[in-house]
Design a binder for this molecule. Structure first.
Ligand SMILES: Nc1nc2c(c(=O)[nH]1)N[C@H]1C(S)=C(S)[C@@H](COP(=O)(O)O)O[C@H]1N2
Ligand SMILES: [Mo]
Length: 219
């Protein structure tokens, strides 16, 4: 699976014909505006992971935020749920070339997460780590966006285990591999370091509008 996904990111995944359903309620104009280059609209929601979907019991849930921050935290579920959660509707763009419009997420805005821990001035990057061993790196600015959210709900239902419940990151402005499922830690750093896919050739940032699928040749 890993080798196959690296190949898809490099060469583009073999395209299925757009199913008629995928045109859905969106207009052609809407699609032209909202679909990044090389993407195809789907109406289902594919599940992608490393072959292991960890079971995270709410009683054991901890979201730890540390590294170069003024105030590190380790929220249990009740503390996390007591923060100011919001709804936010956004589109998913996966590097394997599917996009899914109008996902209603509920959770903690990433801007509120930043406010809670107050990154130090030298903090410029973040490593996000998950319960399945996955990790992905981000520039800190990637969290200072209006639709960034640590989501507990999707379309008004608790997020399923397959899709990263009880809590996952959602950063709609980047390819979906940056949206870590089963998130357990945000670690603020002064230097960048590659996460799981970034170490295997994916782009360090992953902006779908600039088709940043693969990174510069690694050296
Ligand atoms: N913890 C974790 N998060 C992850 C992944 C993963 O394997 N493990 N895969 C990433 C990739 S490549 C994609 S496309 C999306 C898929 O999310 P979905 O299964 O909810 O569609 O999760 C991202 N976050
Ligand atoms: Mo992906």
């Amino acid at each position: 699976m890993v080798a196959k996904k690296v190949r898809w990111a490099v060469e583009g995944r073999p395209r299925r014909r757009a199913d008629a359903d995928a045109q859905g309620p969106t207009t052609r104009d809407d699609q032209r505006r909202r679909l990044p280059p090389g993407q195809q609209l789907v109406t289902d929601w594919p599940v992608l992971d490393l072959g292991h979907q960890p079971a995270v019991d709410l009683r054991d849930f901890r979201l730890a935020i540390g590294g170069m921050v003024e105030q590190s935290v380790a929220w249990d579920w009740d503390a996390f749920a007591a923060l100011g959660h919001v709804d936010s509707v956004s589109d998913i763009h996966c590097v394997t070339a599917w996009s899914r419009f109008d996902n209603r997420w509920r959770g903690l805005p990433t801007t509120a997460l930043l406010d809670a821990v107050r990154p130090k001035p030298e903090a410029r990057f973040v490593m996000v780590k998950s319960h399945d061993g996955y990790a992905t790196n981000l520039p800190i600015e990637a969290l200072r966006v209006p639709d960034g959210i640590v989501a507990t709900h999707w379309n008004d239902e608790p997020l399923s285990r397959a899709h990263g419940g009880p809590a996952r990151l959602v950063l709609p402005q980047l390819y979906f591999w940056k949206s870590a499922k089963w998130v357990r830690q945000f670690w603020f750093m002064d230097r960048d370091a590659p996460g799981f896919w970034e170490a295997r050739g994916y782009h360090p940032l992953g902006d779908p509008w600039r088709e940043q699928r693969t990174g510069p040749p690694s050296g």
